[in-house]
Design a binder for this molecule. Structure first.
Ligand code: GLC
Ligand code: MG
Length: 315
């Protein structure tokens, strides 16, 4: 951020001038950010080279990625907030949590005075729900996205089929969503069950689903197993959001730590950051699917994200 602070301060010296007057000096300039950068002869070059002051789309998982080390999180969010104000950077949280559990997390961070800043867009329930803020600053569901997910999805059949597997323990009611049926399972049983479910639902019943397994903090069951329509996951939701915001793949970065984040990184041109504390399931996948656009941080949680953003010269 140090690079950005200098032009920002100097720009204030220009801010009393009328745009028309500035245009005489900077005829090619369309917006204030460009004026600011163009007015700093010495810094233009550095900014142009490392891109530190360009707008980007920041997409991050919450649990064990952005959230995990409160001090590091607050520091990173302060920097991102500044970048949002100065450059129009967009902040998107993409969580496996339902809106209900997201709000619980928000409240508990607030009580600790280590708040999650308001995102521009919130993606919940492993990419199956997208929320925007309306003019009253209230979260509203993106109905276009929900409509898109309802093709070839039969929630009732999915839940009925999965109920036959006694090793699957249903997650709490709040996590059962219109386009997400979720269970806890023991790791050693997860793969076999996923294969059988896929066979029953995709091959036999012709329902277009996908099964996503990720680490769980549950005492008895160490995996979450989510069944979603094949048209949604965190990666597909990121594309939808990115296109809505009209930000290019090259200016998008996604961060995660576990199995449900693989979709943020698989076959993607967006930049990816895996935090140092990532789960084995994601690390194994990362090592088997190398991609120069993906960075594995040495440090954990929000420190790992900041390290990755510096690696990509975004912050
Ligand atoms: C969150 C959700 C849970 C889901 C898990 C993994 O913990 O609350 O329902 O299974 O993420 O995607
Ligand atoms: Mg996570």
């Amino acid at each position: 951020m140090a690079n950005c602070a200098t032009p920002g301060r100097k720009f204030q010296q220009f801010s009393f001038l009328k745009i028309g007057y500035l245009e005489e000096f900077f005829p090619l300039t369309k917006n204030m950010t460009e004026i600011m950068i163009q007015s700093q002869t010495n810094t233009i070059f550095a900014l142009g080279l490392n891109n530190v002051c360009a707008k980007f789309l920041f997409v991050s998982d919450l649990d064990h990625t952005l959230v995990g080390n409160d001090l590091a999180m607050v520091k990173l969010l302060d920097n991102l907030q500044l970048h949002r104000i100065q450059h129009g950077t967009k902040i998107v949280y993409s969580t496996g949590r339902s809106l209900h559990l997201y709000q619980e997390l928000q409240e508990s961070q607030k009580r600790k005075q280590k708040e999650l800043i308001k995102p521009d867009i919130l993606v919940c329930a492993v990419g199956t729900e997208i929320y925007h803020y309306d003019s009253k600053e209230e979260l509203v569901l993106d109905l276009e996205w929900s409509k898109h997910l309802s093709c070839n999805w039969d929630r009732e059949l999915v839940a009925r089929t999965a109920a036959n597997f006694s090793s699957l323990k249903p997650q709490p009611e709040s996590e059962q969503r219109p386009f997400k049926v979720s269970y806890f399972v023991q790791e050693e049983k997860a793969l076999q069950i996923a294969l059988e479910l896929e066979n029953l639902l995709v091959k036999e019943a012709k329902v277009e689903i996908q099964i996503i397994c990720s680490h769980s903090d549950h005492k008895e069951y160490n995996k979450n197993l989510d069944i979603l329509p094949s048209s949604a996951n965190k990666g597909i939701a990121m594309t939808f959001v990115r296109e809505k915001l009209a930000i290019s793949v090259g200016k998008t970065v996604a961060c995660g730590d576990s199995g449900n984040d693989i979709a943020l990184f698989a076959n993607r041109q967006e930049k990816g950051i895996i935090v140092g504390n990532a789960q084995r399931e994601l690390l194994d996948w990362h090592h088997n699917n190398p991609n120069p656009n993906r960075y594995l941080a040495k440090t954990n949680f929000a420190d790992g994200i900041a390290e990755g953003l510096r690696h990509f010269s975004l912050l």
